[in-house]
Design a protein. Structure first.
Length: 275
């Protein structure tokens, strides 16, 4: 029995490492390619480690583009859309979790079904609306769009976390005279901090990686790092080494954030799993 359990653990560990390496390999390959020359980047068979390492691609990228402007736009848009989404989703998820109606589940399913709508199907009317309102190529316009896109996910995640909190705690707070505002701010929110934090982290990542809307609703002023990467695809062809350098510079901030926040993210995703 003990031997079978050990073999099972080894098999699970091997499978987990295999999946992890498989997922991480494209990122590793992109980083390695960013240090190659263009000739080495398109060499066949591919060169893995035996190449002349160079920082030329990063120098060209930094000289050609205002990286810090793209970075600031990404931070502002991802952070703003997530913050606005959480401010709207917390009271919405609270009402659905603690004051449910007969249609609560239908509303949740309807919200989730909007994620299945092809984005290109609403691009043209939204583009015209943005022109009329003067929101085209603005950071605030993208904040609103990305907030609306990710709002169903934020509500669903917070609703799941809030459902794990005993309703008796909130009832006790009401009996002690807590107002609705106090109940949400001083009772519910502190108890759901792990879930709220993981929701914020996940939605920052989703907003950071969004490409379709950022490429179609921006031109120059509000362009984030996704547009920064796309600028290295030109009619003359793809410059793989420079494209890899730009991609590495675009994903580095979010990778660092994810690395330092992984414990909080895992804690939030497992919040309420064990009582």
């Amino acid at each position: 029995m003990a031997r079978t359990t050990l073999q099972r653990k080894m098999l699970i560990t091997f499978a987990a490492w295999s999946v992890g390496i498989l997922i991480f390999f494209p990122i590793l390959w992109t980083v390695l390619t960013s240090f190659k020359t263009e000739a080495q980047a398109i060499a066949s068979p591919p060169i893995f480690l035996n190449f002349d390492w160079t920082l030329e691609n990063y120098r060209v990228v930094l000289d050609r583009s205002d990286y810090m402007r793209f970075l600031w736009n990404s931070i502002f848009i991802a952070g703003g859309s997530t913050l606005l989404g959480v401010l709207i989703a917390v009271p919405a998820a609270w009402s659905m979790a603690f004051v449910p109606s007969k249609r609560t589940k239908d509303i949740l399913l309807w919200m989730l079904s909007t994620k299945m709508l092809p984005a290109v199907g609403v691009l043209y009317p939204l583009y015209l609306i943005f022109i009329k309102l003067g929101m085209l190529d603005t950071r605030w316009g993208l904040i609103v769009v990305l907030m609306l896109i990710n709002l169903p996910i934020i509500v669903w995640m917070l609703y799941t976390y809030f459902k794990e909190i005993p309703v008796e705690i909130l009832e006790a707070a009401r009996m002690d005279g807590a107002t609705l505002k106090s109940e949400i701010l001083y009772v519910l929110t502190p108890m759901a901090i792990p879930g709220i934090a993981s929701t914020i982290l996940l939605n920052v990542i989703l907003a950071w990686n969004e490409a379709f809307w950022t490429l179609n609703l921006t031109a120059a002023k509000a362009a984030p790092l996704t547009a920064f990467i796309a600028s290295y695809s030109s009619p003359e062809g793809l410059f793989y080494a420079k494209l890899s350098a730009a991609s590495t510079m675009a994903i580095a901030p979010i990778l660092i954030l994810g690395w330092f926040s992984q414990k909080q993210l895992v804690r939030g995703l497992t919040f309420g799993a064990v009582k």
